[in-house]
Design a protein around this ligand. Structure first.
Ligand SMILES: [Zn+2]
Length: 73
C-alpha cells in the first residue's frame, strides 16, 4: 500500500495545437471550409475566407455561438 499518493498531471504540450480551441467555418460565399483558431485572450475567432479573403468574426462564449461548425455568409 502506498503512503505517497500523488496525482499525475501529464504535460500535453505536444498536443497543444490539437487542444487549442478551434471552430470549423464554412464560407458560403466560396463554398470552402476552413478551421479557425482562437487565441486564449480573445473571445472571438477571426476567420478569413481563403478564396475571396473576406474576414468575419465569430463570437464565442456567453452570447456567442456554441456550435463547432459555423456558416459564414
Ligand atoms: Zn469567399
Amino acid at each position: 500500500m502506498s503512503d505517497n499518493p500523488r496525482i499525475d498531471t501529464y504535460d500535453t504540450a505536444d498536443d497543444d495545437v490539437e487542444r487549442r480551441p478551434h471552430l470549423g467555418i464554412l464560407f458560403r460565399c466560396c463554398g470552402v471550409y476552413t478551421r479557425a483558431y482562437r487565441r486564449p485572450d480573445q473571445s472571438f475567432y477571426v476567420v478569413r475566407c481563403p478564396k475571396c479573403l473576406r474576414t468575419t468574426r465569430v463570437q464565442v462564449g456567453s452570447g456567442g455561438t456554441n456550435q463547432r461548425i459555423f456558416v459564414a455568409d
